[in-house]
Write a protein that binds this ligand. Structure first.
Ligand code: SF4
Length: 434
């Protein structure tokens, strides 16, 4: 048995880089340090739902037939070239070199390119373009933070090693006693497993985050808060929480989809960033979004280098146009403007609104996905790639914006290429057809 050390877990935005994989033959039979989700990602790559070659069907009611790579890629390129408004979407569970080819492909076919941030942290990305981004690294949180807020997220389930590696329990350079050196504040309408660990749980009413942030900013600036409760929280508790924040030596706010997808959306994040800016008049305070997919952040970075915008980029006029709500993939599907779609490294069939999924059923759909998913069930063409971070290397961006090199641990199934290689071959074919 071979032990491969310092492997990066390609599942959530924490991108733990201390995983050990136990490899026998070409199989990962166990892991050390990974949480249960990470363990599953490494060990459940095989099985009956894994596709190991391209599949195609003309009619979505028919069964899939096996085809060779040349035929499948040529047909996929034809679909994209012949469409008036092709969408290229997903990207969050693959590595950055695939992002580059995907964005260039969208430009070539005059399509729209976007990633899953549309339905998670898109509002964070829009807000930071408006009011800035007072961020730090997870290492700084680990070594310095004595006050940590988790707002609208539940890392105990969604990012299981986040609190132990960085957020709360870890022993840092200036926080030698780990949990005993930190105050944990959780803001959540529910008493989640994360909230149960908190020193202070602010049980905000659903969709009242904006109100609470505004009250905190007002209290911080010395204004009197009127009434007994604001956003469901007693006014005295808000004052007490503000005292904790002001007296921190180094604080950090982690925020999740409970804030980005509740009422006020990106205005919540505008306001939260302003709260952090206000706190910096008293102490050092930062914020970090709790990104879900392991490389959802990477796509936003790569897309910004290439097009100037982080997601929802429409190339149909020949130049990049960014106008979420108008150029977002979900909206283009729901308005039935999109007439073809290439999806990779995401599962919109399981997560998009019903109307958007109905449009995906009507139009030609190409899916690059290693396993059977609700989205592959809607496809005309399935192009199964190697699993990035397990069967091929690459680069991914952690939730704090630190790029990390992914390792190849084992070989992919015979004849299976990486996302990057499939997209490159599709691009070559598109150039021939145009
Ligand atoms: S916390 Fe996230 S990155 Fe770390 S091992 Fe678990 S799933 Fe993987």
């Amino acid at each position: 048995m071979e032990i491969i050390k310092d492997v990066v877990c390609p599942f959530c935005g924490t991108l733990c880089d201390d995983i050990e994989c136990y490899v026998e033959g070409n199989h990962i039979i166990g892991t050390k340090n990974a949480c249960r989700i990470g363990y599953s990602k490494f060990t459940h790559r095989e099985g009956s739902t894994r596709h190991t070659g391209p599949l195609m069907r003309e009619n979505k009611k028919d069964d899939f037939k096996k085809v060779d790579w040349d035929t499948a890629i040529e047909k996929a390129a034809e679909i994209l070239v012949n469409a008036k408004k092709p969408l290229i979407y997903g990207f969050s569970a693959t590595e950055c070199h695939a992002h580059v080819y995907g964005i260039e492909l969208a430009e070539k076919v005059k399509g729209v390119v976007s990633n899953t941030a549309e339905v998670c942290h898109g509002p964070s990305v829009w807000a930071l373009q408006d009011v800035g981004y007072p961020i730090c690294t997870l290492g700084e949180v680990k070594n310095r933070a004595d006050v940590v807020i988790y707002w609208g997220c539940n890392p105990m389930h969604a990012h299981p090693r986040h609190m132990s590696r960085y957020g709360v329990f870890s022993r840092g350079f200036f926080r030698e006693r780990g949990r005993n050196d930190r105050t944990l504040i959780v803001v959540d309408p529910r008493k989640t497993d994360t909230a149960k660990l908190a020193d202070v749980h602010l049980q905000v009413e659903p969709h009242k985050d904006y109100e609470l942030i505004s009250a905190m900013r007002a209290a911080l600036k010395g204004f009197e808060l009127k009434g007994e409760k604001i956003a469901g929280i007693p006014v005295e508790t808000i004052y007490e929480a503000i005292d904790v924040l002001k007296n921190a030596q180094f604080g950090n706010l982690f925020f999740g989809m409970g804030v980005t997808q509740s009422g006020s959306k990106h205005r919540n994040i505008d306001n939260a960033i302003e709260l952090i800016i206000d706190l910096n008049a008293h102490t050092k305070f930062t914020l970090i979004p709790m990104r879900g997919h392991y490389n959802v952040n990477g796509f936003n970075q790569v897309c910004t280098w290439i097009s100037g915008y982080p997601l929802c980029v429409d190339y149909s006029s020949g130049s990049p146009i960014f106008n979420p709500g108008d150029t977002s993939v979900t909206d283009l599907l729901m308005r039935r403007e999109a007439d073809a779609m290439l999806n990779l490294a995401s599962d919109p069939g399981a997560h998009f609104p019903q109307k958007a999924v109905e449009r995906m059923v009507e139009i030609p759909l190409i899916v690059m996905e290693p396993h059977q998913t609700p989205t592959t069930e809607l496809a005309n063409i399935i192009l199964p790639p190697a699993i990035a971070g397990v069967e091929c290397g690459g680069t991914a961006y952690r939730m704090d914006g630190v790029p990390i090199a992914l390792k190849k641990v084992i070989d992919p199934p015979e004849d299976v290429m990486s996302d990057k290689e499939i997209l490159k071959r599709m691009m070559d074919k598109v150039k021939e057809l145009l």
